[in-house]
Design a protein around this ligand. Structure first.
Ligand code: MGD
Ligand code: MGD
Ligand code: SF4
Ligand code: MO
Length: 768
């Protein structure tokens, strides 16, 4: 199978018909749809336009939208099989309330009344901040906007955050510090305009496959990949820099040093549009190529050549993702990336951008409208003018607007552990699998008096801990908008109804507001997402993320619209970039050049734990696999977890390929994982996907967070490898048996194993 085929990029032929779906490989007559409903993919932040094929009220297929400017009809393997996520047998169907340790069905009315009563009771006893809410990057913007108002103004707790703090918080904090506001400045078209493309800790071939296609539309660009692993993206690149883990900040400071020493600085841009150049120059003085070579393990020649290539580019693009963000030095690394782009004038022009590639389908929507780490419309909690304006727009008193953000996600978990937070509402995220250091997360969840989980599936590893389970409609069943990485707002539509009593998150939020008696106050006259959209347009008007010129209709007609789009602006199809005039969102309008210093990562390997464990993704699976384990083709391609190890290390440990091994850290043990011996990881390093609860990588990751963004350091943990005690038993079967075993498991719909015992008592107590 060619790489192109593997990535699902070879799909032009089926633009107009489902009959040649390369994923299913065949189509039975029953699957030819009666109608196609236009929507946007619900997985990643690329934001591909697609149609859902509907037959007899069921989603039976999916195809790419040939007219959508993002993907021009192409879809990756996840997108192409997305309809399978809807009709899964473990969809959550009814509200469930735990009584005496067991879940029982209740009406929506009882569910929401109980929830409102529990929240109010908790707040009366322990203070307003004793309730916390953790949401996601996977709702529609209308839902994020509604949820922010509901939590901050209706429930009255500032402790609202989301899984975006496990993901994008670092990029957000970095942009705010450098440019005065969040917002990725570039556009996908930049991949086609740039002559040098530097990808740092971003494995787009697996995780943003359609961007790979955009990349390939520009064969003359020099593509440089910075990643400790030889990823599929590195294999597509002209130059791969396999640096030592977490050496990026030293590398970028080294590039800046080289640029300054060799007078490759864009002096005019620096003088007109930035502040802090002298401090920056001073701060990188010690980052000589020799020292940077020592820290990164890359040759002096490679470092200098890369710096030269980028600085001499007519248009240089830097894309980064989790290899940068998942680090205790993440925000400062983002600032270093911004510094490099600024001093070479690589921002605000076609092909030139420091561009954080986002992750989830609507990670951007929650950043714009969410009311968690900022006030809606990228307004600042600490800015009295921003608060005044918002209060005026909402016709409420200024005192109701919080003056500081509440606890960030890891701090909500910590507060649950020491019982400052007593009641928690988790919406569209699965922390039992995705949060670092599972042991402490589990304790935190067990410490709660009342946990509400709102998810499209049940059971999930997290919903097992809930006292109240609220069944949500998901992608394909609800309406609204998503914003992708290039700030393109696309329409999401309902193709089929949700199963049984499941409701859209939007309707659930209205229901909770009703139960709390605050609906008329915070959602005046609202009954549908379009009502929230109209209000959000007014709130965003005049801001960097201005939606006021958009309508649902224009969004659909244009295959999405990029913000800013002020009212009165024509929908001209023109590609929009931020900071084209060199004016930034800081007080003096200049971008800040911010010095930052490299430091080794927090948990260095030692004799007991000699390996650096790297965790991440594979193309077939989506996060905690609640969705992709329901898709037969994806599950068959990648049914179980593995760990990658260099042949030299495997020889040293006398381990054979496909042996079963345990990954052990100071915090826990991942049991019986398949060993893959491969040169794609360097000696001393390991890589494991984090998708599999049954081999949960986050049992061994650590509670180390970026002090600025609060994002976890997921990519480096010190571990050792031990032969698994089940090794003998499974060894004889080979991977065929193992694969079919896990397939059979998934057919039974029981891929989600039973949770550790010992928590039912505390759950029962809390639910009384
Ligand atoms: N198939 C699939 N696609 C997805 C997702 C998914 O779950 N599955 N999730 C979506 C989401 S929410 C996100 S955030 C994105 C994430 O997209 P990516 O960031 O591309 O995903 P990861 O695999 O987590 O990490 C990227 C790379 O960082 C590298 N890395 C590790 N340590 C370092 C380091 O010290 N320096 C550098 N330079 N690199 C390092 C890893 O080796 C890895 O190849 O993907 C989105 N797309
Ligand atoms: N070790 C390690 N851990 C990581 C990472 C890593 O690289 N390494 N990456 C981190 C990153 S970048 C991210 S983004 C997180 C992702 O971590 P999670 O957010 O925990 O992952 P998902 O599986 O996407 O969980 C989303 C949940 O929402 C549900 N859901 C989907 N759509 C809807 C909806 O419309 N409404 C409702 N109510 N529910 C819905 C799904 O069924 C699922 O249970 O993981 C983080 N964890
Ligand atoms: S690249 Fe992302 S948005 Fe596009 S089809 Fe694949 S998962 Fe969906
Ligand atoms: Mo993410």
């Amino acid at each position: 199978m060619t790489l192109k085929r593997l990535l699902g990029l070879d799909t032009r032929a089926d633009r107009y018909s489902y009959a040649s779906d390369p994923v299913a490989g065949y189509v039975s007559a029953q699957k030819i749809p009666d109608k196609w409903v236009a929507t946007t993919c619900g997985y990643c932040s690329v934001g591909c336009g697609m149609f859902i094929g509907v037959k007899n009220g069921r989603a039976v297929s999916v195809r790419g939208n040939p007219d959508h400017p993002v993907n021009r009809g192409m879809l990756c393997p996840k997108g192409l099989s997305e309809h399978h996520t809807i009709a899964a047998d473990n969809r959550a169907r009814y509200p469930l309330l735990r009584r005496n340790g067991a879940f029982g069905r209740v009406s929506w009315d009882e569910a929401l009344t109980t929830m409102a009563a529990k929240f109010r009771e908790t707040q009366e006893r322990y203070g307003p901040k004793s309730v916390g809410v953790i949401s996601t990057g996977q709702l529609v913007t209308e839902e994020f906007y509604a949820l922010g108002k509901l939590v901050q103004l209706g429930i009255g707790t500032p402790n609202l955050d989301g899984n975006t703090t496990l993901c994008m918080a670092t990029a957000v904090a970095g942009y705010k510090r450098s440019f005065g506001s969040d917002g990725p400045p570039g556009a996908y078209e930049d991949l086609e305009n740039a002559d040098v493309i530097l990808l740092i800790g971003a494995n787009v071939a697996e995780n943003h496959p359609i961007l790979c296609w955009r990349l390939r539309a520009n064969p003359s660009a020099t593509v440089i990949v910075v990643d400790p692993r030889v990823t599929k993206t590195a294999m597509l690149a002209d130059l791969h820099l396999p640096l030592k883990p977490r050496a990026d900040l030293a590398l970028i400071n080294g590039f800046i040093h080289f640029v300054i020493e060799n007078d490759l600085v864009d002096h005019e841009y620096v003088a007109r549009h930035t502040s802090g150049f002298e401090e920056l120059r001073e701060s990188v003085r010690t980052y000589t190529p020799e020292r940077v070579s020592e820290i990164t393990g890359l040759s002096v020649e490679l470092i200098c050549r890369t710096a030269w290539t980028y600085a001499r580019a007519r248009a240089g693009f830097i894309g980064w993702t989790m290899g940068v963000n998942h680090s205790t030095k993440g925000t400062e690394t983002v600032n270093a990336i911004n510094n490099l782009a600024l001093i070479t004038g690589n921002i605000g022009r076609a092909g030139a951008a420091p561009f954080s590639i986002t992750g989830q389908c609507n990670a951007m929507g929650t950043r714009e409208a969410g009311f968690a780490s900022s006030l809606p419309g990228y307004r600042k909690f600490e800015n009295p003018d921003d608060r005044r304006e918002l209060a005026h727009l909402w016709s409420i008193s200024e005192e109701r607007i919080p003056t500081a953000r509440g606890l960030a996600y890891p701090d909500i978990i910590e507060a649950a552990l020491d019982r400052r937070i007593r009641a928690l509402w988790i919406i569209a995220t699965n922390p039992v699998v995705s949060f670092p250091n599972y042991g402490s997360l589990r304790q935190a969840l067990e410490s709660l008096d009342f946990l509400v989980v709102q998810d499209g599936y049940h059971p999930t590893p997290t919903s097992e801990y809930a006292h109240l389970m609220l069944p949500a409609a998901m992608w394909g069943e609800k309406e609204g908008t998503y914003t992708n990485s290039e700030r393109r707002v696309s329409k999401v539509n309902r193709a089929v109804p949700p199963p049984d009593e499941a409701r859209s998150d939007f309707d659930i939020f209205l229901g909770v507001a009703d139960a709390l008696g605050v609906r008329d106050d915070i959602f005046p006259g609202w009954s549908k997402p379009a009502d929230a959209f109209e209000e959000w347009k007014r709130i965003s008007a005049g801001r960097l993320c201005d939606y006021s010129g958009m309508t649902y209709k224009a969004i659909e007609q244009n295959g999405g619209l990029q913000w800013p789009l002020p009212a009165g602006k024509v929908h001209d199809g023109e590609v929009r970039r931020l900071y084209t005039d060199g004016k930034f969102q800081t007080d003096d309008g200049r971008a800040r050049l911010l010095p930052s210093a490299w430091e080794p990562f927090p948990e260095q390997p030692n004799e007991e734990f000699p390996f650096v464990l790297n965790t991440g993704r594979t193309v077939e699976h989506w996060h905690t696999r609640t969705k992709t384990s329901k898709v037969p083709i994806l599950e068959r391609l990648s049914p179980s977890a593995w760990v990658e190890m260099n042949p030299a290390d495997a020889r040293a440990l006398r381990l054979k390929p496909q042996a079963r091994v345990d990954i052990v850290s100071r915090r826990g043990r991942v049991q019986s994982v398949e060993l893959r011996v491969t040169e794609t990881v360097a000696a001393g390093q390991l890589f494991v996907p984090f998708h599999y609860f049954e081999a949960n990588a986050n049992q061994v990751t650590q509670s180390a967070f970026d002090p600025i963004s609060r994002e976890p350091n997921y990519k480096q943990s010190a571990v050792r490898i031990e032969p698994s005690s089940t090794e003998g038993r499974l060894w004889s079967g080979g991977s065929a048996i193992r694969n079919s075993l896990s397939l059979i498991r998934s057919w039974r719909g029981s891929t989600i194993p039973i949770l550790p015992r010992g928590s039912s008592e505390s759950r029962a107590r809390g639910a009384r």
